[in-house]
Design a protein around this ligand. Structure first.
Ligand code: T5A
Length: 233
């Protein structure tokens, strides 16, 4: 039984800044496309026009005084739009949805990081999700200093700098990491721990192995064959 009563598969990537989530999400999507599966890559906050507008508001360094619970509601508003406009419809038509961050990020960042009560976060997340839960979540675990050093390299290359959400201190990231570790302990069936200090290709191989087992178990062969036949016409 899926966690969302639909035909598709919902896969999310979580971790601290610079863990390599976007890199691995994109590599996985390319792999699934090559294998002939219907797949959609998306991200949070974002994934819809409304969500991308909320993202701009959230990351703008000008809003330094944003209240932590107000922050939860903004992430939640973006998530609700995303679930109803993109995730649920794609899952219903049997697509594999790969999402760069999802509801666990609110637990880890706003709950453990900012100190918002976890009961409030679960309540708000519950309102947004309505029977939508990831089937598989990869937690890419990185030492905060390694993740931030990867980002610093990127800022140098792109001549850019940190946004509002990337300006937090080491103690904050240690709490966020602890939050993710608690989620891994609490939900070992869904959450998969990966050491994100490994090489990109080594991580990709582990992720593909895990996803393909799940795909073969849940998505009927018929769907993939139909797609491959369409490709031949
Ligand atoms: N947020 C989000 C919340 O607080 N609550 C929420 O509910 C949600 C949904 C934006 C922010 O929002 C917060 C968390 C964030 O602060 P984001 O856009 O996902 O979230 O931002 P980041 O996590 O900051 O995304 P990054 O792009 O910075 O990190 P990634 O995706 O983990 O890393 P990636 O793949 O872009 O790689 C970073 C660099 O490392 C290299 C890459 O080439 C790149 O240069 N790299 C590697 N180097 C060596 N070895 C590897 N294995 C590597 N993999 C990648």
């Amino acid at each position: 039984m899926n966690r969302h009563d639909t035909e598709g598969l919902f896969i999310t990537f979580e971790g601290l800044e610079g863990a390599g989530k976007s890199t691995q999400a994109e590599m996985l999507v390319r792999h699934l496309e090559r294998e002939g599966y219907p797949v959609r890559l998306t991200r949070e906050p974002g994934g819809t026009a409304v969500g991308e507008a909320i993202r701009e508001l959230l990351i703008d360094p000008v809003h330094e005084d944003m209240d932590p619970l107000a922050e939860v509601f903004l992430f939640a508003a973006a998530r609700r739009q995303h679930v109803e406009q993109v995730i649920r419809p794609r899952l219903s038509e049997g697509t594999i949805v790969v999402c760069d961050r999802f509801a666990d990020a609110t637990v880890a960042y706003q709950g453990y990081g900012r100190g918002v009560h976890l009961t409030q976060i679960r309540e708000v997340n519950g309102m947004c999700l309505w029977r939508i839960q990831p089937d598989l979540t990869f937690f890419l675990d990185v030492e905060p200093t390694l993740g931030l050093s990867r980002l610093n390299e990127r800022y140098r290359e792109q001549q850019s700098g940190p946004d509002r959400l990337e300006r937090l201190d080491a103690a904050f990231y240690a709490r966020v990491r602890e939050g993710y570790m608690d989620l891994v302990r609490d939900e070992p069936g869904r959450m998969r721990y990966l050491d994100a200090s490994l090489e990109r290709e080594a991580l990709h191989a582990r992720i593909v192995d895990c996803v393909m087992r799940e795909v073969q178990r849940r998505i009927p062969n018929r769907r993939r064959l139909t797609l491959n036949m369409e490709g031949l016409q």
